[in-house]
Every structure is written in C-alpha cells, then in structure tokens.
Design a protein. Sequence first.
Length: 156
Amino acid sequence: MGKNLTKKEAEFCCLAAVLGNPSEAAYKAGFTVFPQKKAEKLLRQKQISDEIEKIKERNAKESAALTGLRRIAFGSVADAVDLAIHFGENADTHSLDLFSVSEIKYNVGKGIEIKFYDRLKALEKLAEIESAKENSGAMSIYEAISNSARQADTYE
C-alpha cells in the first residue's frame, strides 16, 4: 500500500483498480457525500493514481501466473499428441496449443519425443497458493467488495 494514504484512500485505490468505476469505488470506500467529485479529486493526486496502477499490475501478474498454472495442471495435451502422430506431415504448428509442452526433440530414426511440464507440481503449487490465501486471512476480491459494500451501507 502507498505511503501516507488513509485507510479510506487505500480502500478506494483497491476498489477502483478492481471495479474500474471510480465513483462507485469512492462510495464503497466510505466517501458517501458526492462520491463522483471525491473520486475525481482523488484521481488527480499522483500518489493515488500510481497506487491504482500498481494494484492493477500486481493483479494482472498474479492472474497470469495462476492462469498458467491452471493451464498446465488441467490443460489438454491433445494437440501435442496430434503433433507426435502427424509429425512431418506439414502440420500447422501455429494453431496448436502446446502450452503444457516443456521440450520437443526429434531423434533421427526414432521419431519425436515430447516432454510435458509436471502437472502434479502445478497442482501442488495451486494448492499451496490457495492454502496461503486461506491461512493469511486474505479475502477473495468478491468478498472484499462485498464487505466494503456492507460497510458503505452502514455509513448512510
């Protein structure tokens, strides 16, 4: 969290990054009097806009990493198997989903060897991340927004 931000400002930054609606974020963060004007004022502050961008970037990176782990753990290997079966038949490799493939080797006279990323390790890492979230008391984005909305209702 950015330095010298109040609790409401920090919550505004998180909500603005997730919701994409500064007025709604201001209201749910507790700025219930003229939330649109407050949002505009907050967004003009460099520290606030920088914090929102940092949160968006962090969320994007975390999301991309989790998506990659899920693709390895649960993704199909059908395209890789198809490549092995039809190797050398001028296959359009650009249209194949080879995300789960870690290595492809061609052995003269023996054919093609395809190695995959370890699905079990990907599953273990996903479980570890989920367990860390639960044990740290970290809330899902939905829970955080929902709690924030309930708090905003009590301010009225």
